[in-house]
Design a protein around this ligand. Structure first.
Ligand SMILES: NC(=O)c1ccc[n+]([C@@H]2O[C@H](COP(=O)([O-])OP(=O)(O)OC[C@H]3O[C@@H](n4cnc5c(N)ncnc54)[C@H](O)[C@@H]3O)[C@@H](O)[C@H]2O)c1
Length: 463
């Protein structure tokens, strides 16, 4: 059958961003052929199977509805570059771990490799869309690489950062607060921008599609993440003050959030933010500021990360204090390992440093999580060497049996519906529960008999 697609879209990078964004585009735009490529064969095989490589509510249904019709997953990168009209680049841009800028700057090696591969395999003009989160002015580097050498093909680079949040990726992509498109202010730049507007207009109201210059678009993504993380660190810093003054951080957040200038969202105190983006993007922002000698600005944003680390430290110290300063040989049940609920993603999850610290105290950890046990196993591999013991349990009741304490680290809905009386009866006494997300009903748990340690409010302890 001859292919009669209006346009051929390619996405390079079949990860948390590439897979779900392209599944949504393919569902919304049947007249576009959407192919997602990756160098990771196992990942592509998983996208082509019934067990997708990532978990997101609604993703599987979306993929299965259009896979093989106008959504394809492949490792044939070069061949699909050649046929594409629009190429989204959604490769990873982790924090650099070596050389100049190590620990802060973005590692752009995957982006550069991708740009060179696009250049080498293109014989027709293409629009190249930055979907990855990149330092401001990356489009300049991308354009330079794409147009280097003796290639007559024209590439128009756009910035279209992804604002979805893991756990609600599909909902966020189908009903975005905004879609941001940055372009050059040239006739070809504006024409490419209009091509992308046409695509998004299939399902996004036009007034939600914002256009800017390239640099504003690139920078907006870093700034959005920095602002979100900053709100979490702000309320977490206040949680520390609440714990020492008998104020209640949830009451403070409610009172403050009622101010329409502030708003109620992202004011939940907890053990800190995680995920692959917040820390990385703030470090990237800090590096950029330092590069431009804006040292005061760099220090300001660095503090957001310092408070996040401090939050984990405080949490561990509180656990230790309540456990008579020793965890040696004690079983501790860790409820939740993913960095947030409704995802199996554990990248930079606060559970990782928390478990590391507990293992160094020689505790016996049992970890339970509805979707992240396999990742947890990988993340903690070899850490028993610190002196503690590790086990994993799909069943929270099993995880809690014989434990001295439960640490709730991820606010999965599943943890709300457990029979905490049954759990309490199966635990060592005194049984403690540390609610690192203020997720549970603390008074009810106290009434069952638990010593309850919420975050940012006084503990409820039986004397
Ligand atoms: N995860 C999120 O919530 C999120 C949200 C918004 C933006 N972002 C940004 O999107 C980008 C991708 O993030 P992610 O979480 O999807 O990363 P990821 O690691 O899950 O996926 C990236 C994929 O790119 C592939 N890849 C790397 N180099 C390649 C190459 N040369 N050719 C083909 N494939 C290649 C990798 O194999 C990997 O599968 C990052 O810049 C990230 O900051 C992520």
């Amino acid at each position: 059958m001859a292919e009669t697609f209006y346009r051929k879209i390619l996405c390079i990078g079949a990860g948390y961003v590439g897979g779900p964004t392209m599944a949504v585009i393919a569902n919304q735009c049947p007249e576009y052929k959407v192919t997602v490529v990756d160098v990771n064969q196992a990942r592509i095989d998983a996208w082509n199977s019934s067990s997708l490589p990532i978990y997101e509510p609604g993703l599987k249904e979306r993929v299965e509805r259009v896979r093989g019709r106008n959504l394809f997953f492949s490792t044939a990168v070069d061949e699909h570059i050649a046929e594409a009209d629009i190429i989204f680049v959604a490769v990873n841009t982790p924090t650099k771990t070596f050389g100049e800028g190590a620990g802060k700057a973005a590692d752009l090696q995957f982006l550069e490799k991708t740009a060179r591969r696009i250049k080498e395999n293109s014989t027709t003009d293409k629009i190249v869309v930055e979907k990855s989160t990149l330092p401001v002015r990356s489009a300049e580097a991308l354009t330079t690489i794409l147009h280097s050498g003796r290639n007559s093909v024209r590439f128009e680079v756009l910035s279209n950062p992804e604002f979805m949040a893991e756990g609600t990726a599909i909902q966020d992509m189908e009903h975005p607060d905004r879609v941001l498109i940055g372009s050059m202010d040239t006739p070809t730049g504006l024409a490419a921008r209009d091509e992308l507007i046409r695509l998004y207009s299939k399902w996004v109201p036009r007034e939600r599609i914002i256009t800017t210059n390239l640099w504003s678009s690139e920078l907006s993504k870093l700034v959005a993440n920095a602002f979100l993380a900053q709100r979490i660190s702000s309320i977490n810093s206040i949680a520390a003050l609440c714990e020492t003054t008998e104020a209640d951080v949830q009451e403070v957040a409610r009172a403050v959030g009622k101010d329409s200038r502030i708003g109620p969202k992202f004011l939940n105190a907890g053990v800190g933010f995680g995920g692959s983006c917040f820390r990385k993007d703030i470090l990237n922002l800090v590096y950029l500021c330092e590069h431009f000698q804006l040292n005061e600005v760099a220090r300001f944003w660095e503090q957001v990360i310092a408070i996040n680390d401090y939050q984990v430290d405080r949490f561990i110290r509180r656990v230790l204090r309540s456990q008579f300063t020793t965890l040696v040989g004690k079983k501790v049940a860790v409820f939740g390992f993913a960095f947030k609920p409704d995802t199996g993603d554990t990248r930079d999850a606060p559970a990782i440093p928390i478990c590391r610290r507990l293992l160094a105290e020689k505790a016996h950890l049992t970890i339970t999580d509805p979707h992240a046990i396999d990742s947890a196993r990988r993340d903690l591999e070899g850490l028993e060497g610190l002196g503690g013991q590790l086990s994993f349990a799909a069943d929270p009741y099993e995880a809690a049996r014989g434990a001295h304490a439960i640490l709730l680290i991820t606010e999965w809905k599943q943890f709300l519906d457990l029979d905490y009386e049954k759990i309490f009866d199966s635990m060592e006494q005194p049984a403690s529960l540390f609610d690192g997300r203020n997720h549970l009903d603390h008074q009810a748990l106290f009434d069952i008999g638990f010593n309850v340690h919420p975050l940012g409010k006084p503990s409820l302890v039986h004397i």
